[in-house]
Design a protein around this ligand. Structure first.
Ligand SMILES: [Zn+2]
Length: 281
């Protein structure tokens, strides 16, 4: 298994990152459905925009790129029906990155975004966020051997850019249930980084899923390949992890918690891993 190195940030760096995420998510009032996210992303300037495929229902799969850094990083939203937290985070990140003065441009990164991977299976034609449960025929991330167009499009990006950090923004938002938070990852990450992520998730008011307790990383974390077993070869992350680190933060729609805070927590967790990976290079 590939070993990734991570740079341990100072408390000062961590503070800066949290401040940055708070700032870039401050305008979020609501987590938005897919159609709204896609139309807002199309209005943001400064990105190169490409359509990397069309779904069976002929929805364009939008792909955005900005920056010329030494390391590619990929964020993708709406991977499954109703998994909407990540796309709101992508929209906020893209809006921040469209400002050439953003501190995010100090990172040695080429930013890649797919705001909505699976449009076809979103509730109400992408117009609502009502409760929905996915079927296995909708899990485009798990169809490498029998790919849907969305799977092929994603694999194309992974092969072309070989991103160092891949953030599939899966979540438990769609089911409208209270769940503790868990973190599927491609490789072991250091205990200090796992602990930093647990701390920021707990500080936001979420509980950690203690039914996962990885021997190195601790509570909430597990290695995807170890859980999935043989089935893992059908997953896009088996390709992504050949070159990079895959990190997932499965949050949910906590009653009474502002949407802004849910989005900011997932984004801060992902950016913590990204920053630690980049700083170690
Ligand atoms: Zn999912």
């Amino acid at each position: 298994m590939k070993i990734h190195s991570f740079h341990e940030s100072t408390p000062d760096d961590a503070e800066k990152l949290i401040k940055l995420v708070e700032k870039l998510t401050e305008s979020i009032s609501m987590i938005l459905p897919a159609r709204e996210i896609l139309s807002r992303c199309r209005l943001i300037s400064g990105f190169s925009h490409e359509v990397i495929g069309h779904s069976e229902n002929n929805a364009a799969i939008d792909f955005y790129k900005i920056g010329n850094g030494g390391h590619s990083v990929l964020f993708y939203g709406f991977p499954d029906p109703g998994e909407a937290i990540g796309a709101a985070g992508i929209l906020a990140l893209m809006q921040a990155l469209s400002d050439p003065e953003s501190a995010l441009h100090n990172l040695d990164v080429t930013w890649l975004f797919i705001p909505c991977l699976n449009f076809d299976d979103q509730p109400d034609g992408g117009n609502s966020l009502k409760k929905i449960m996915k079927t296995s025929a909708q899990e485009v991330d798990w169809m490498v051997h029998n790919p849907r167009p969305e799977t092929t499009a994603l694999l194309g990006v992974l092969k072309q850019y070989r991103p160092l950090f891949v953030f599939p923004m899966h979540d438990e938002f769609h089911c409208k249930e209270l769940k503790p938070v868990y973190f599927p990852v491609s490789h072991p990450q250091p205990e200090w980084l796992a602990e930093k992520i647990r701390r920021l998730v707990r500080q936001a008011g979420f509980a950690i899923d203690a039914s996962f307790n990885h021997k190195q990383m601790g509570e909430g974390f597990f290695i995807i390949e170890e859980e999935a077993g043989e089935e893992f070869s059908s997953c896009t992350w088996s390709v992504a992890q050949q070159n990079g680190f895959v990190f997932i933060c499965e949050l949910f729609d906590a009653p009474g918690m502002p949407h802004r805070k849910i989005v900011a927590t997932q984004l801060a967790a992902g950016l913590s891993v990204l920053a630690a990976l980049i700083a170690a290079r």
